[in-house]
Design a protein around this ligand. Sequence first.
Ligand code: CTP
Length: 441
Amino acid sequence: MIKVITYGTYDHLHYGHIRLLERAKALGDYLIVGVTADDFDRVRGKINTEQSLIERVEAVKATGIADEIIIEEYEGQKIDDICRYGVDIFTVGSDWVGKFDYLKEYCKVVYLPRTEGVSSSEIRSAEEHVSLGLVGGSDFLNKIIEESHYVNGLEAIGVCSSNKTCFNQQILGLPTVTDDYKELLDKVDAVYIKSEPSSHYALVKEALENNKHVLCEAPFSMDVGEWNYLVQLANESHLVLLDGIKTAYSTAYNRLKLLAKSGRIGRVVSIKAVCTSLKNENSQGKWDPIYEWGPTALLPIFQILGTEYVKKTTCVHYYDDARKHDAFTKMDFVFSNAVASMEVANGVKSEGELIISGTKGYIIVPAPWWNTDYFEIRYEHSEENKRYFYQLDGEGIRFELLCFLQEIKNKPMQPYVDRRVSKAICRELEEFNCKRNIIEI
Ligand code: CTP
């Protein structure tokens, strides 16, 4: 009996897939189809798969062509499968020519001509196309446009900024480059905003009033009353309003959060999050550290310990006599059965670690933890320590954009920054801004 194996994602199973499967089957007597798991697809850079693994497996099964269906979960698995199942022929479409020649050591490799004119990517893009406008004067927008290319169905088509000097050619080459916000809003379905934090509220409000979806770097307001208004406006208008905090969308951060919550280090007793850089007010640092770093540093504290603490102390070191610009800020929180602290600075340097301490062990994310792809769980006995690594594609921005798009398409993913946490972050920044209960150092 000749055994044949082939692999694919099979998202929105189409005619090209079926033709491939039929020809694969005809190469032998028994066909094994490997369907790629979501996590593995992400590692391969395919982040837009829309159907769940189960739906994709069911679709392949329904063709009746496969004799056996397996799941592809890790790199190198093809070699394992070929050996384990005694496979004689490995086959895929001609879009992969040469890529799998290394398997010739284990079996025959056949590249079948790809069917022209159809692909899962095209089906996904055709479904709904969301045009995105970028707003603000930050070079961070360069990264947003680069990452948007990975998200099928989302296309950056314009930018609105009064300062275009920090933009690369990709942004400057967009069809609409303007400093007239209304002009941009008229042309897009959604906006990504990263501007002076004090301007976020007005920008978000205008976008929502013009029926546009909004992804805004947190905080989208520095006033809880305004925050409430924007959320209500978005809800009433059935528009998406999301907080942009790229770390929240990274796989490693999400996994460590789940491990901490599920008791892997016992009961969480302390969290310490540090985010610093040595920019000063005259250099690149456009925004005070509390605005630039605060939402990120507060994220693990509020997501793991909750948003309701018993007591807080805020210590600040200001650059200037007018106490307008903070160089260093430390907030210490006391919860009913835990403590937490965050340090943010644009003028004082420290180790940018995240440490979550528990009654059985601790999680440590080395600096810079906010760009995290790696963390460790350490126990009393070091032989029990565990290391975790997850690919960090596009610093989390790629998933942030994907999540935004899926929300717009009414196919929400998990809430990476829920409203409770978003509001708590806003509350802290409002208190800081009003200089309530601040100790100056
Ligand atoms: N395939 C094919 N003809 C097509 C599309 C896919 O022969 N028009 C083959 C691929 O070469 C592969 C298998 O079908 O062997 C599974 O492909 P998959 O990557 O799941 O589908 P695509 O439509 O190529 O997906 P995407 O657009 O996301 O890359």
